[in-house]
Design a protein around this ligand. Structure first.
Ligand code: 4AD
Length: 466
């Protein structure tokens, strides 16, 4: 046999046909000395393979070899497809392979640091198993991350990162179809792009520099460079001090910047259509992945409206006030207040996805445009899923003198961003945009409780490996 068959494609249409597959040994079960059952997994699909001693083809040594394979090894199996008499438990494919040849391509160590069966169980299953007296090891988050390549093999993790891939895919396709240009801005920059202290500083050939906290300045400069509408998918670095369930030191930013004609609502319109399209696509195209995630980490599908709800910040704090949560009129919402508001919005409007806009200027970055009618507020917004922020966005200041003044007022050393400010001296259209945290979108869409679950190799204040 020269052609490879994918495990996923193994079905009864291939009965009695010879096939060649490659996969991992998920389980190995010897039965006496003359027989061994292997379950082979490829991309989440599994098939049962029977290695049985036969005078003309399969030797007892081969059965012994099969029985001695370690779990998670990579093997090539050549054999004939057969239809089993009874349904097969413990494999996704309902056919069996009668093995003729078996070749070990790469042997895994005999004892894995994580038991993948245990690592794939939900909390409820673990409780049940413990009560039934089963011996199992609860695999904690740190152990999972230390042995991430193994941990990534569980069905839930396979689902999470396929969903993440689809989020990026929809983001790109949607924006390209709306005449946005994909750009790539530098990650080595001279100064902080968001203000504040959360910056990784470094030495750039004798000059102080840092890792970009966002593509903010360069995406805006690209609007000055006449692209009209741009987006970027790239790494964002934050020297976070806080060790929380939703902060990473490196995450993937989905950034958008666009000219606006009249109003920052034009930017919110893009958020609205983009995210409704994204959620629709995830629900339609990632059913199997969502199911795999929900099997281990049960969650309810996200509730969202066809036209995304928009509330002003003032309306938001009023809703909180009515239930006894007092927010300073120009203060920020803490995590708890955001969650509470999410709950109130769900009860009143039936949605877990909404936009809060017209934030107080004082709590927004220096580049944010104040409201024309009341400069204590700003043309800005945040977007929430299940009561937690996934996006922040705004109209920007495009008047260089005013931008300089705003930077100074916010305590930013203007000379570190002088080339940025100068970009607006050669004619700059009104513009706005937003930034999305990819890991947060996946975490909150799937109702997960920790951003480390949706970062492939998370970087947090205590982790830079693997
Ligand atoms: O709210 P942030 O800091 O806004 C900006 O970077 C602006 N330049 C965006 C803009 O265009 N106005 O970050 C944007 C998003 C947040 O809403 C959040 O989803 C995510 O990035 N984010 C983080 N994700 C993981 N770990 C962190 N430490 C994050 N900080 C922000």
């Amino acid at each position: 046999v020269n052609e490879w068959t994918r495990v996923e494609a193994l079905d009864d249409s291939l009965a009695n046909r010879p096939v060649l597959i490659r996969g991992r040994t998920q389980t190995i079960r010897p039965v006496g000395k003359k027989m061994a059952f292997l379950v082979i997994r490829e991309n989440g699909f599994t098939v049962q393979c029977l290695v049985q001693a036969q005078p003309d083809s399969v030797s007892p040594q081969m059965v012994k070899f099969a029985a001695a394979l370690s779990r998670e090894s990579v093997v090539d199996v050549e054999g004939v497809v057969s239809i089993p008499a009874a349904p097969i438990k413990g494999a996704t494919q309902q056919v069996e392979i009668q093995v003729k040849k078996l070749f070990c391509v790469s042997r895994a160590v005999p004892t894995l640091p994580i038991n993948l069966e245990d690592a794939a169980r939900s909390d409820v299953e673990i409780e049940k198993a413990i009560q039934a007296g089963e011996q199992l090891v609860r695999v904690n988050q740190d152990t999972r991350l230390n042995f991430r390549v193994l941990d990534l093999r569980t069905p839930a993790n396979q689902g999470i990162f396929r969903i993440q891939s689809q989020v990026g895919n929809v983001f790109r396709q949607f924006l390209l179809a709306e005449n946005f240009v994909e750009i790539h801005t530098p990650k080595l920059i001279a100064g902080s792009s968001e203000g504040g202290a959360a910056v990784f500083r470094l030495d750039y050939k004798g000059h102080p520099a840092c890792l970009a906290q966002s593509p903010q300045l360069h995406k805006q400069m690209s609007i000055c460079g006449d692209f009209g509408r741009v987006f970027e998918i790239g790494p964002v670095f934050r020297a976070e001090d806080s060790f929380t369930h939703r902060h990473l030191c490196e995450f993937t930013g989905l950034d958008v910047e666009m000219e606006i004609k009249k109003h920052y609502f034009e930017v919110m319109d893009v958020v609205d259509r983009l995210f409704v399209a994204m959620f629709d696509s995830l629900n339609q195209n990632c059913k199997k992945d969502l199911e795999a995630v929900a099997n281990q980490y049960p969650f309810e599908p996200l509730k969202y409206l066809r036209n995304t709800l928009r509330l002003t910040y003032e309306e938001g704090i009023q809703m909180l006030k009515e239930v006894g949560v007092e927010i300073e009129p120009f203060g920020d919402l803490n995590t708890e207040a955001e969650r509470k508001l999410g709950q109130l919005v769900l009860e009143k409007y039936g949605t877990e996805f909404y936009i809060l806009h017209r934030y107080p200027l004082a709590i927004r970055p220096f580049y944010t445009m104040p409201c024309y009618d009341n400069p204590e507020y700003s043309n800005s917004f945040d977007v929430f899923i299940r009561g937690e922020e996934i996006i922040s966005g705004a109209q920007r200041v495009h008047i260089p003198e005013f931008l300089e003044q705003r930077a100074q007022a916010c305590g930013i050393e203007v000379k570190t961003i002088s080339t940025y400010i100068d970009s607006f001296r050669y004619g700059a259209p009104p513009h706005g945009g937003f930034g999305v945290g990819l890991e947060r979108v996946v975490m909150l869409f799937c109702g997960l409780n920790n951003i480390r679950k949706t970062s492939l190799y998370p970087r947090d204040p205590q982790r830079i490996a693997p």
